[in-house]
Design a binder for this molecule. Structure first.
Ligand code: PLP
Length: 401
């Protein structure tokens, strides 16, 4: 029996998603075609869009008719469209030092935010990373950065704050950071990568103060290949975002390419299922997390401990097993069909030290010994028992004596 505890990497598609995907095979027409087949595909696409809109805004349609929800292929694409699309939207005049403007992100963001931000830095933008020590956004640092940007005539054009860190589970105060940015630069686009918080926390773009916001289907029990980007009507009105991939003009011109209707149908079904059962799912995960914490405490004698942010999502636990390299522990657990990860799935092969854990303040040798356990409502206490048993034997056998 497998014990899948890597739900922040990806999730098993739920029954509703699998059914919707299979049903959508009947509607194989191109949603842009004008004939009947195209129209039935387009009708499905429209209904999927309102389902996903509801899962994000809690309303069946946007209050501001100019608001948009684009379907994309993945969270990475949504993040790139928001950031690069914003940077390309205006001709920028350099300040006296040749700086085109300022981009702010938090330290330890997912590479799909950090890497496009580095690209903008190469193009002449000042890049500021707000510290997240202990899992808390440093708002004092942010305020000083905003004052400096003002004083240096390098206006903030884009700021990105993730809702939940994918490695530590830290929940950031996106609303407070957004309000601060807007106080100094009302026209800046504030983006939230909500990929890890979607369906796990109650939020809307408005409650987070986000102008743009990303979510991804495969983190909520749908298959990979679909995701969404919310863009506020204000951003559209101010022309603060332009398409980064010109083409046939699908998704209101912001994301050309024939829509992946199968993936989108599965995404909408998982979103509907997750939204309808959100409270029950949260309660299940909260109970599992309490049990995990309790059982982990039994291993305290072997030095097993958690990297505990001030505010943490119940779904993600960052666990240190001193003296055992995370990869070694991962293999030990994997042999027992207990699946976890060392840091995030996308950096697992890079051998690079985790930026998120470094930003959190974890010492280098402990970063090397940290594993991420990520829960879902599909898990049971048996999964946790299997993990604890694996950690117990692993720390006894593998810890450097
Ligand atoms: N943002 C966060 C916080 C993530 O954890 C991930 C994936 O792990 C992504 C973005 C990228 O999403 P996707 O895998 O859909 O590209």
């Amino acid at each position: 029996m497998i014990h899948y505890l890597d739900n922040s990497a990806t999730t098993q598609p739920c029954d509703a998603a699998v059914r919707a995907l299979s049903d959508a095979l009947e509607r194989w027409g191109n949603p842009s075609s004008v004939h009947h087949l195209g129209q039935t595909a387009d009708a499905l696409l429209k209904s999927c869009r309102s389902t996903v809109v509801k899962s994000i805004t809690r309303l069946s349609r946007f209050q501001n008719p100019m608001d948009k929800l684009l379907f994309t292929s993945c969270g990475t694409e949504s993040n790139n469209i928001a950031m690069l699309g914003c940077a390309a939207s205006k001709k920028r005049t350099p300040n006296a030092d040749g700086i085109l403007g300022t981009v702010i992100i938090s330290e330890g963001e997912h590479p799909s935010i950090d890497n496009p931000a580095k690209r903008l830095a190469d193009q002449g933008y000042a890049l500021v990373r707000v510290p997240t020590k202990g899992g808390v956004l440093d708002l004092g640092f942010l305020k000083t950065a905003l004052e400096n940007a003002k004083a240096n005539a390098a206006p903030v054009i884009f700021a990105a704050f993730m809702l939940v860190n994918n490695e530590t589970g830290a929940i950031y105060d996106v609303k407070a950071a957004s309000s601060l940015v807007k106080r100094y630069f009302p026209d800046a686009v504030v983006h939230c990568d909500a990929v890890q918080g979607y369906m796990k926390l109650r939020f809307t773009p408005a409650t987070l103060g986000a102008d743009t916001l990303s979510v991804s289907a495969h983190k909520i029990h749908a298959p990979r290949g679909a995701a969404a980007l919310y863009i506020s009507g204000e951003v559209i009105k101010r022309k603060n975002i332009v398409p980064v991939m010109p083409g046939g003009g699908q998704e209101d011109g912001f994301r050309s390419g024939t829509e992946n209707l199968l993936g989108i149908a599965a995404f909408a079904a998982a979103a509907d299922y997750g939204y309808t059962n959100a409270e029950t799912h949260r309660k299940t995960v909260a109970d599992l997390r309490a049990y995990l914490n309790e059982r982990l405490a039994e291993l305290a004698e072997s030095g097993v401990a958690q990297n505990k942010p001030e505010k943490q999502l119940d779904n993600i636990a960052s666990i240190v097993i001193p003296g055992v390299r995370s990869e070694t522990m991962l293999n030990h657990l994997s042999a027992r069909e207990v699946y976890v990860s060392a840091g995030s799935a996308c950096s697992a092969h890079s051998k690079k030290k985790s930026d998120a854990l470094t930003a959190f303040g974890v010492e280098d040798d402990r970063i090397d010994s940290t594993i991420r356990v990520s829960l879902s409502y599909t898990n049971t206490k048996d999964d946790i028992d299997a993990l604890i048993e694996g950690l117990r034997t692993g720390s006894a056998d593998l810890q450097k004596k």
